[in-house]
Design a protein around this ligand. Structure first.
Ligand code: GDP
Length: 171
């Protein structure tokens, strides 16, 4: 038994305005989050929290908007690639990011495709089926969230941690 929690890094990427900061803010309110690790003096800080899941503590650091040009050099355990269901071009951008990640890094890295803003039902431009089919093809988990309503944001946090852990110790 190790008493030192594992430390995992997650990059939140996707077009401007899809809700990446809204999602990472909601992670802080999750019932799985014990405490905020970040020091308030640092203005450029990432969101870093302690997550207790299945009796095991992990420290998770969420980096928003890293430089897309060196994504493959980022030492992250998972990518959360977000788009807005109201913005088809943000879905196209998400698919090309995922294709890029798979070409450069293979399938060993955890990637979650996230459709955000599902509260804006009547402005929907991207079907769940289209997005899910793409995700399956590229070996990604697919989630739909509403960051403003805090719907399924917890599930996203838990899914990303579970997948990171299962890649480390495959069943
Ligand atoms: P980022 O540029 O990807 O970090 O996007 P932000 O988190 O700054 O969000 C951009 C805008 O979309 C803000 O006005 C948010 O309030 C809004 N927004 C984010 N998530 C949602 C959501 O789930 N539903 C709705 N209706 N608006 C959202």
């Amino acid at each position: 038994v190790s008493w030192v929690p594992s430390y995992f890094r997650v990059a939140l990427i996707g077009s401007n305005g899809v809700g990446k900061s809204a999602i990472s803010r909601q992670f802080l309110t999750s019932e799985y989050v014990g405490y905020d690790v970040t020091t308030p003096e640092n203005e450029e800080q990432e969101t870093t929290v302690s997550v207790l899941l299945d009796g095991e503590e992990s420290i998770m650091e969420f980096t928003e908007d890293p430089q897309v040009t060196d994504l493959e050099n980022l030492h992250v355990d998972a990518f959360i690639v977000a788009f807005s269901i109201t913005d088809y071009s943000s879905f196209v951008a998400a698919t090309s990011l995922i294709q890029h990640l798979r070409v450069t890094m293979g399938t060993d890295r955890t990637i979650l495709l996230v459709a955000n803003k599902i509260d804006l039902v009547r402005q929907r431009k991207v079907t769940a089926k289209g997005a899910r089919d793409f995700a399956i093809k590229y070996d990604c988990d697919y989630r739909e969230t509403s960051a403003v309503l805090n719907h399924h944001v917890d599930d996203l946090l838990v899914a990303s941690l579970k997948q990171i852990r299962s890649k480390l110790s495959p069943p």
